[in-house]
Design a protein around this ligand. Structure first.
Ligand SMILES: Cc1cc2nc3c(=O)[nH]c(=O)nc-3n(C[C@H](O)[C@H](O)[C@H](O)COP(=O)(O)O)c2cc1C
Length: 145
């Protein structure tokens, strides 16, 4: 069964709500295993067919746990080429984190980036949560066998 790993960080719960909605959307597609958590070892990343990273923007950047996870995978030379990658996150004014993540997934790891990116200004509205569900569903459909 194809697997999606949703990895996220959230200091005040906004990105967490988005992560849960992304998972909900992914679970609407049959025969897809969806796992959602804060951290995965590099080898676990390699075992998934799609990786969706969620990070709020703090100090114009992704948060440290997410950055470290990507760095660990890079240092371990984990092979993610061709897997599907996506990103989402809550922000307050500039919101760089998802784009920075996508840049690494694409240019460092050679992943295939989902055309949708979900961003919410502070607490995600109902519409933004729907967008997150759409993102989860889109990624699941891409890897559905
Ligand atoms: C210390 C601090 C720094 C922040 N820096 C940024 C920033 O550089 N750009 C931005 O868009 N939002 C910034 N924010 C706003 C957060 O991204 C926003 O509150 C977001 O909803 C937090 O998501 P979370 O609940 O998932 O942690 C900052 C917030 C705090 C408290």
């Amino acid at each position: 069964m194809a697997k999606i790993l949703i990895l996220y960080d959230s200091q005040t719960g906004n990105t967490e709500k988005m992560a849960e909605a992304v998972a909900e959307g992914a679970r609407t597609v049959p025969n897809i295993e969806v796992e959602i958590k804060y951290y995965a070892h590099p080898e676990e990343l390699a075992q998934a067919d799609a990786l969706i990273f969620g990070s709020p923007t703090y100090y114009h950047d992704m948060t440290l746990p997410i950055k470290e996870m990507l760095e660990e995978a890079a240092k371990a030379d984990i092979e993610l080429k061709g897997k599907v990658g996506a990103a989402f996150g809550s922000y307050g004014w500039s919101g760089e984190a998802p784009e920075l993540i996508l840049e690494i997934l694409k240019n460092r790891f050679g992943m295939q980036i989902a055309e949708l990116k979900a961003m919410a200004l502070y607490e995600p509205s109902k519409d933004k949560l729907d967008e997150c569900r759409k993102l989860g569903k889109l990624v699941a459909e891409k890897i559905a066998k």
